[in-house]
Design a protein around this ligand. Structure first.
Ligand code: PEP
Length: 249
């Protein structure tokens, strides 16, 4: 049985004060759920949020990670730097990184490897654009996104990673994939991995992301291959994020 996981992605929102308030609100409402929860915060807030989450059940993550270990890479933040602030998860290949900042499948795979070298769990984001879906390319796009990582890090590396299926057309648009649309792709991803290694496929957590909200989370999380969610907009309010968390299986 896979453990459920809900991760909030705060993106580039808020102030230090609002971030601290949000983290405190989430921690206050956590209860004792039999599932995992984390927030991916702006880099610069990691030290402050780390102070609040340590010794609590709220995990900490970054929204990106450098594709190199160290050196002359101005503006980048390395895995070892993130580790100093107890970062447990790092998003890699979020569609906003891929589309606005040129992250390629190759650079996403390199970021994934850097994270794992420091014991940080990479959350590998995959998903198709609307155009790709309409041209029946969804599975082909996902194959390429997964293969880049599998070819570099090996199929076994997925035992220390999380996958997030995030249809690009559903992120921040208010258009959620239906339960069936999401399950179809999650099942496809699990089968694709199973063809290479059944044990890893059974174990890997695959999260859904894309306009998940308190009123649609339960249906999505009830699907057999959906193990939780990566939540953007709805993670910016403690109440809605906690409601989503309480909807996990
Ligand atoms: C995301 O940023 O990963 C995301 C799923 O955003 P939203 O929930 O706002 O669609």
């Amino acid at each position: 049985m896979r453990r459920s996981l809900v991760i909030g992605n705060w993106k580039m929102n808020g102030t230090l004060a609002s971030a601290q308030l949000l983290a405190k609100g989430i921690i206050a409402g956590l209860g004792s759920a039999d599932a995992d929860i984390a927030v991916c915060v702006p880099y610069i807030y990691l030290p402050a949020i780390n102070e609040l989450v340590k010794d609590t059940a709220l995990g900490l993550g970054s929204q990106n990670i450098a594709d190199k270990a160290s050196g002359a890479y101005t503006g980048e933040i390395s895995a070892s730097m993130l580790k100093e602030f107890n970062t447990q998860y790092a998003l890699v290949g979020h569609s906003e990184r891929r589309s606005y900042y040129g992250d390629t499948n190759a650079s996403v795979a390199a970021r994934y490897v850097q994270a794992q070298e420091q014991g940080i769990i990479p959350v590998l984001c995959v998903g198709e654009t609307l155009e790709q879906r309409e041209q029946d390319q969804t599975f082909a796009v996902i194959n390429e996104q997964l293969d880049a990582v599998i070819n570099l890090a090996g199929i076994g590396s997925l035992s220390k990673a999380v996958i997030a299926y995030e249809p690009v057309w559903a992120i921040g648009t208010g258009k959620t994939a239906t339960d069936e649309q999401a399950q179809e792709v999650h099942q496809y991803i699990r089968q694709y991995i199973a063809a290479k290694d059944q044990a890893i496929a059974d174990k890997v957590q695959i999260l859904y992301g894309g306009s998940a909200k308190p009123d649609n989370a339960k249906g999505l999380f009830a699907q057999p291959d959906i193990d939780g969610g990566l939540i953007g907009g709805a993670s910016l309010e403690a109440e809605s994020f906690l409601k989503i968390f309480q909807s996990v299986k």
